[in-house]
Design a protein around this ligand. Structure first.
Ligand SMILES: [Zn+2]
Length: 198
């Protein structure tokens, strides 16, 4: 960026280089804002801890070496558990984030001691009736984004049946028969936040 004097906000010319990788040729000059500041390499990690970045002598990589950095933790778990390494089933990027959020894992060793029952329980939440804060699609994608499923019918494996306005009678009856908890929208939000029933 310094070499070609490309600054944040510039319009740039890009050309195809080799087969795939696009090359930035340079900024379109004169720039609309001649006082635009040059880009500076960040000195802190974008993680919430804003840890100071380190560039070891003789290396070209700048990195965060804070052992408590949540991004580093997620990255190392993803790397360790992912394809090309251990290939642990169910450990995609989204899952790792979810597990960290839920406190199910905090480091690589935790992969082997995960409470899989709790995870299985996370998987099915049935919503019936109209919720105030979520459309049907939004509720389903919120569940899916947290690693869960939103099946159309109630089974023994269902964590909870969330009941909105004018719920389907058959789902409620089935939940009662199977002893599946029937909860309201506030409880649904709690489930989304914690992975557990209130
Ligand atoms: Zn960091």
């Amino acid at each position: 960026m310094a070499l070609k004097d490309v600054r944040p906000g510039d319009v740039v010319v890009v050309r195809r280089a080799g087969d795939v990788i696009p090359e930035v040729v340079g900024p379109v000059l004169p720039r609309d804002d001649p006082d635009r500041a040059a880009w500076e390499f960040p000195t802190t990690c974008p993680c919430p801890r804003a840890s100071t970045l380190v560039r070891p002598d003789g290396e070209s990589d700048t990195r965060c070496v804070d052992p408590e950095c949540p991004f580093q933790r997620a990255g190392s778990i993803e790397h360790f558990a992912g394809r090309g390494s251990m290939d642990v089933e169910g450990f995609g990027e989204q899952r790792v984030r979810l597990f960290l959020d839920l406190g199910l894992v905090s480091d690589v060793a935790d992969i082997y001691s995960i409470d899989w029952d709790r995870l299985a329980a996370l998987r099915a939440v049935v919503v019936t009736g109209t919720l105030e804060g979520f459309s049907r699609d939004e509720a389903a994608s919120a569940i899916k984004a947290r690693g869960g499923k939103s099946p159309g019918s109630v089974s023994k494996k269902t964590l909870a049946v969330v009941v909105g306005a004018e719920p389907g009678a058959s789902k409620v009856t089935k939940a009662e028969e199977l002893g599946v908890p029937i909860v309201d929208e506030a409880a649904f939000v709690h489930i989304l936040e914690t992975g557990e029933l209130p």
